[in-house]
Ligand binder design. Sequence first.
Ligand code: ADP
Ligand code: MG
Length: 260
Amino acid sequence: MTGATTATEQSDIRAKRGEPLVVLEGVNKHYGDLHVLKDINLTINRGEVVVILGPSGSGKSTLCRTINRLETIENGTIQIDGKELPAEGAGLAKLRADVGMVFQSFNLFAHKTILDNVTLGPIKVRKKSKGDAESRAMELLKRVGVDHQAKKFPAQLSGGQQQRVAIARSLAMEPKVMLFDEPTSALDPEMINEVLDVMAQLAKEGMTMIVVTHEMGFARRAADRVIFMADGEILEQAAPEEFFTNPKSDRAKDFLGKIL
Ligand code: ADP
Ligand code: MG
């Protein structure tokens, strides 16, 4: 999946796109006594690819889930494209549709075909006609390399194929930003790259992405910015090269020492 533009040209394109798209201000969350998100301030610009790293339990998944209000927050604000996320109601459903999310477990509907998995949201939520939804779905399935599986059911596909369908299904909703929470952690090793390649291609095409992953190779090649979290706090933010060669905090040094 190589393209004509260089990494430098791509980052120039992104810089021009750079107005704020996802803005978190003073976001806090507790689970009982556990302060799981501590005063998170974070701005992600249009077209930016942000990789979130950090030890297990540091709040990465919770942060992703708050961004589309799968989790409530106690205070602070979350804006998507200039609009504050309401706590509930029809406005929430609409804004949430702007935020695609891909999880570790693929979460496809087991009793529906691959094609139906991808068309369901666009028909129900985006009110597209069946014909339009299906032709768009086939385009997306082709893009992620599983168009030949359209009539099959999820269980008939490999894990890597199912995760690529999950990505196509999210894209079918025309999200403004895509969240990926450890999308390759449940995959057999030989399937990891086929999913990362699809994500890298999306990144190159300018999709705004927030990616929680332990795949450092992906972080290095695709991220504009790495965010390091520990104990519910953002401890560091830097370009990947800077973060990997010159981590500042002891927590980050310790983390990288274990993972690299
Ligand atoms: P990460 O994704 O970085 O591993 P999580 O966001 O999943 O971290 O979890 C952060 C902390 O919050 C952990 O200590 C975890 O045990 C706790 N936690 C996560 N979800 C819940 C929940 N639904 N109820 C109680 N505690 C939770
Ligand atoms: Mg997690």
